[in-house]
Design a binder for this molecule. Structure first.
Ligand code: HEC
Length: 255
């Protein structure tokens, strides 16, 4: 008789190798402790499933999907962000030794080693010991992996520019801009168009649409800039043209 109140464990690493094949016991040996699969057990499973299904449905209705504006492949300033469970891999690719020339290290070698190591773990670690403290290598590697994943995930969230990302993802109404106006011609011939977009929708710089930007602010910013992101002296031209440009942006940015 082994451990477990007269039962033998089958397929358990604690069972000595030489104990031979132990046939599983028959249901009839557990009077009062079994239940019919159909319909009793299946019905219980279905009830639990239904509770979860309704729960998920309620959650999806209570919290609307965090949709962003339609993807625009011409928007070069967009900062992509993977889903939370991939953030640690994303962060890994930001370090100099795992990016650029070394991106194979960050994208394939490091994650590959971790994954292959995990797959091979049952063959690499064959000791009979089960207590974590008695298995320093396995426990150490596991702790290292957990700490790295948490640290990298945390790093990626603090280094992400959430404000700018929200700004870029904002769903803005398409407004018609008078592209034949003198103001637009000045706008598109200046550097402004590269950063603020063909339709004032924003690229590297913010969108102007719906912001109610006063003409005086445009005149000021076009000359002085907004350090450090918006350069000074972005506008090149006459005072009169600047005024026309400022009035155009002010008018187009009206709600
Ligand atoms: C190199 C890119 C770049 C160029 C070129 C540029 N901008 Fe900007 N602009 C920015 C960025 C980035 C910001 C946001 C700065 C901040 O808030 O820190 C900005 C902000 C502004 C704002 C303030 C917007 C707001 O919501 O308050 C105005 C107005 C503006 N720019 C006008 C212009 C005009 C007019 C020109 C052309 C003469 C121009 N910009 C050229 C990048 C640029």
């Amino acid at each position: 008789m082994h451990r477990g109140k007269g039962m033998k464990f089958v397929g358990d690493s604690r069972v000595p190798k030489n104990s031979g094949f132990v046939p599983p016991k028959d249901y009839s040996e557990y009077p009062g402790k079994t239940e019919a699969f159909l319909p009793n057990f299946l019905l219980k499973e279905w009830m639990v499933g239904a509770v979860f299904l309704v729960g998920f449905l309620v959650l999806t209705m209570a919290e609307p999907s965090p949709l962003e504006a339609e993807a625009d492949p011409t928007k070069s300033g967009y900062i992509p962000l993977p889903d939370w469970y991939f953030l640690f891999l994303y962060q890994l690719l930001k370090y100099p030794y795992a990016a650029g020339h070394y991106k194979v290290i960050g994208a394939i070698i490091i994650p590959g080693l971790a994954l292959v190591g995990l797959l091979l773990a049952p063959w690499l670690d064959r000791g009979p010991e089960r207590r974590p403290l008695k298995r320093p290598v396995a426990t150490g590697l596991m702790l290292l992996a957990i700490v790295s994943v948490f640290y990298l995930t945390w790093e990626s969230t603090v280094s992400h520019d959430w404000k700018q990302a929200a700004e870029q993802g904002k769903i803005v109404k398409k407004v018609s801009i008078d592209k034949n106006s003198k103001g637009y011609k000045i706008y598109s011939s200046q550097s402004c168009v590269n950063c603020h977009g063909q339709n004032l929708e924003g690229q590297v710089g913010p969108s102007f649409i719906g912001k109610n930007i006063p003409a005086s602010l445009v005149e000021q910013v076009a000359v002085k800039g907004i350090p450090p992101k918006m350069p000074a002296n972005a506008f090149k031209g006459s005072k009169k043209d600047l005024k026309t440009l400022a009035e155009f942006i002010a008018k187009s940015s009206k709600k």
